[in-house]
Design a protein. Sequence first.
Length: 406
Amino acid sequence: MRANSPELDLQALSLRAPESSFAQDKALPAGTDGLVDRLRQAIQSLFSSPAVYRLAVKNVFTRWFAKKRTHEVFDLMAGFVNFQVLLTCVNYKILEFVQFNSRSFEELSEHTQLPKETLDRLILSAVALGLLDQRGANRFGIGSLGLPVVSYSGIQAMIEHNAVLYSDMQDTSRLLRSSQSSHMNHYWPYAKQDLSGGFLEESQATKMEQFARYSELMSASQNFVIDEIIGTYDFSRHQRMLDIGCGKGRFVSMVAQKHPFLRFDVMDLPQVIYLTQKHLSEAHLLSRFELHPGSFKSDPLPQGVDLVSLVRVAHDHSDEVVQALLRKIFLSLPPKGTLLLAEPMADPKGAKHDAYFHFYLLAMGEGRLRTPEKLTQMLQAAGFARVRLLSNPMPIHTRILLAHKD
Ligand SMILES: C[S@@+](CC[C@H](N)C(=O)[O-])C[C@H]1O[C@@H](n2cnc3c(N)ncnc32)[C@H](O)[C@@H]1O
């Protein structure tokens, strides 16, 4: 561990065995919950009164709070429309068009071929959301939020992909009942399983296309995750690492470039591993890698590594599958072996963006956004003696757990 990457010891935290993820982190000390609840109820009924609202708006000292709450509720309501504005700007390549030169309204109209009478709604909305920046009466440049979108192809790929999720979110009740026929479930072929645990029959060409499509999306969206992991964890203490669910292998190839003496094994489904091979060969790294096409559910894991990494893999699967995988990894590691598990994790206090991941993983199939505490508990149940949460700069991209075998 590098000196500048402090670690939190989750052993010290209460690790109750939750019956559902809902019960994961919400407990209050016995006896206090009733009192706190009553107090909350009293405050809430006070604030839900229209008279109190009017008073709060009139009073200069309380107006800020009333304003803040009102804006927050409006933002909740506007989420879908805001996303559609973003998606339309991406689809019409409006952000690229204004990235280096500001453009007039007429130029934007010619570029998009959208009717002038309605295009102004899109442009004004994009200005309001910070995607575009109005410069003078009739010119538009890139806005402060448009700039990261246009600069990172991974963000654009995720925005386009989000349209798949949002089409499933049109009928959330249906999704909550079953994600079996969701568009997202179809997008991720490994999330789609029959009862015997095998993949549903689809034409070979269609399957290969699906695997290639999601692998490309994962590769395009991995930059931020890679930066977080490589900037936080020092791989130089290891001799040989195995990346399970490696996708095209971008993460391991970045580690390989930084640590020339490290050797690698990579494992993914056969339909993906051939893409990994292609990527590693193009990066002239193939000689340091052993490729293992197979499923971590049914195939043995490669032996002889002192570090295993699971990057954005566990959250795609049910507790049952993840628990079995963690146990398999534990058994395959030598004494003092390490598992690095990195993926977005739930905030026990409920961060706003958790909602996105909860529904993303639900729409996909069996996956779950888990808290670091829940994953720690699962790692300990698998046999790992010490589990630590690393502190990385941008936890929204990924959080990182390190599990050590005695
Ligand atoms: C969400 S992607 C993450 C890929 C990569 N680690 C990243 O962060 O970009 C999950 C990966 O796990 C792989 N995967 C899913 N089920 C698997 C299984 N049963 N055995 C091996 N790999 C699997 C998928 O093919 C995919 O490449």
